[in-house]
Design a protein around this ligand. Sequence first.
Ligand SMILES: [Zn+2]
Length: 142
Amino acid sequence: MSTYSDHELKAFYEDCLTARKKSYSPYSKYPVGCVLLDDKGQKHLGCNIETAHYKSNCAEATAIGHMIMAGGSKIKDIFVIGSSGEELCSPCGDCRQRIREFANDGIGIYCFSESGTLLRRYSMEELLPGSFGPENLSEKRS
Ligand SMILES: [Zn+2]
């Protein structure tokens, strides 16, 4: 798992805030922002985008979509901020599987409080233990 300086973490926190400002969350009124760093060193931002039928796009899904569209394929690390003050906002169950799909070995999943305190840094195994992933299928197909 990567370690970052306070300066680098502050930059990721500010990216999360920038992304969160774009949130379209009229139903939950719970904006979320996210930035991921891909394995090529490119950053991709995402916010949650809700719809009236409640099958909404999470911030992590938006950021992953941006990564894919930009030609990236693996997430080195991902950073998330919600709207829970100093309480933890960790990726939802769907996003844990989404992140797992594109996770680089050694990925860190970082959760900031609204004020910028790094509340948790998860490994993939901590966030989604015993997970099912792409290699489960590729082994059967090769
Ligand atoms: Zn989610």
